[in-house]
Design a protein around this ligand. Structure first.
Ligand SMILES: Cc1ncc(COP(=O)(O)O)c(C=O)c1O
Length: 441
């Protein structure tokens, strides 16, 4: 059902006031002004209802304001809101124990708690330098790791993010991500794309640019997020792990977007049968309360008191929200992500078969990318069509979010129902038909 006159009068007024006082650096796609939400439904300030297929960029993993998360937050807030990371408290310890239990490695884990994904990444970079005594890093084209200067140095998804912020961290080299739909490197006969990328790192980067014993870590998103929801081929991570082992380089899995059950496993890297040395998590970990964590093997987190810290780390309210979130994911939401993810992937591939503008549909669990192209032969990006789909969906009651040049990411809450998916996918297909007609006649 088309929602009339979006944005409504209250939304219009708030957008105007926002423009007067809030930093213009935030990218705002369309004027959704939130009033409240429940599960996968949200309402704007004018009373319009929308389905949410992006969960605040893959953050509200248990849906908006899940009662158990709200209760955990309320109970903790009544007891105390802050004490600072110089002291001890139960929820922080319990959360770290739980993260140790689910960390994607056999070895025991130690956890550093921060407030955001970028800060978790900063921690991982500093820890890798500290532990190895080396300074250089390898990252990937298309990667997003955050916007603080260290994390930004590893980000490689848009020139705009770097423009006028140079110089960034020294000793960083970006290599192509193994993108099966858009491979950048020429494969040797019989060689899988994952192995090609690792061979490129070995030959071109370690052979010509960075001495292996200067490289502290390779940071990689197990499924690339902002870069286009790209699933690497199965041969990639085993080859990358082997390369890291051979050169004493730490493998850092940035699971800020892909972790916490979103792909149907706690961590996306578990799909590839490889153990990293350091993992970062944020976004979905606390259902929307600010929390980022850097989880490392015990033998890697070797720094001593004072080497790294913060004021808010281990914030009790965020930790309480995270514990409730993890319980809910464990009790059934992760399984729901497996089932609803498979269902949505099938449905989207079906939609693709009816719409030539959709070049590729890929993903794991509820982390699905739909890529729009001018034609399937050339695979030329069609950003205008993608944007028209997002706008039309909004006007018809569905919140979507783009990524990369012409991709829409489907990243709803992990407890989305089949009925909600059906409703949203109906609006999605209608929006694709509308955009194809409008832009291609
Ligand atoms: C993989 C990844 N790492 C790091 C970040 C940065 O997280 P934050 O925005 O919380 O700083 C993001 C955010 O989108 C991300 O997707």
């Amino acid at each position: 059902m088309k929602l009339e006159h979006l944005p409504g009068p209250k939304a219009q007024d708030l957008v105007r006031r926002d423009g007067a006082v809030i930093s213009p650096s935030y990218p705002r796609g369309y004027p959704f002004v939130m009033d409240h939400g429940k599960g996968s439904e949200v309402w704007d300030v004018d009373g319009n209802r929308f389905l949410d297929f992006m969960a605040g960029i893959a953050v509200t993993s248990t849906g908006h304001s899940h009662p158990r998360v709200v209760k955990a937050i309320q109970e903790q807030a009544e007891k105390f809101i802050h004490i600072s990371s110089d002291f001890y408290h139960t929820k922080w310890i319990e959360l770290s124990e739980k993260l140790n239990e689910i960390a994607p490695f056999q070895e025991d884990a130690l956890v550093f708690a921060a407030n955001s994904g970028a800060e978790a990444v900063e921690t991982a970079l500093k820890l890798a330098r500290y532990h190895t005594g080396r300074s250089a890093f390898i990252g990937f084209m298309g990667a997003f790791h955050g916007r603080t200067l260290g994390a930004l140095s590893m980000t490689g998804s848009k020139a705009l993010y770097h423009r006028r912020f140079m110089p960034l961290m020294n000793g960083v080299v970006h290599v192509p991500y193994p993108n099966p739909y858009r491979p950048l490197l020429r494969q040797n006969p019989g060689e899988g794309l994952g192995k090609t990328v690792v061979r490129y790192i070995e030959e071109q980067v370690l052979g010509q640019l960075l001495a292996p014993d200067d490289v502290a870590g390779i940071i990689v998103e197990p499924i690339q997020g902002e870069g286009g929801y790209i699933v690497p081929p199965d041969d990639f991570f085993p080859a990358l792990r082997e390369l890291c082992d051979r050169h004493g380089i730490l493998l850092i899995a940035d699971e800020v977007q892909s972790g916490m059950g979103r792909t149907g496993k706690w961590w996306a890297i578990e799909h590839f049968g490889v153990e990293p040395d350091i993992v970062t998590s944020a976004k979905g970990i606390a259902s929307g309360m600010p929390l980022g964590v850097c989880i490392a093997r015990k033998s890697v987190m070797t720094w001593g008191p004072g080497t790294h810290g913060n004021t808010y780390g281990g914030n009790p309210v965020s930790c309480a929200a995270a514990l409730a979130t993890i319980e809910l994911i464990e009790e059934g939401f992760m399984q729901n992500a497996v089932e609803m993810g498979a269902y949505a992937l099938r449905a989207l591939k079906d939609i693709q078969s009816r719409h030539p503008s959709i070049g590729d549909v890929r993903g794991k669990g509820l982390m699905i990318g739909v890529e729009f192209v001018k034609d399937r032969e050339s695979r030329a990006y069609d950003a205008a069509l993608r944007d028209a789909v997002v706008d039309h969906a909004f006007e018809n009651g569905l919140l979507l979010l783009g990524c990369s040049k012409s991709v829409i990411r489907i990243a709803p809450s992990l407890n989305i129902t089949r009925q909600e998916l059906d409703e949203g996918l109906g609006i999605f297909e209608e929006a694709v038909s509308y955009a194809e007609k409008k832009l291609r006649g």
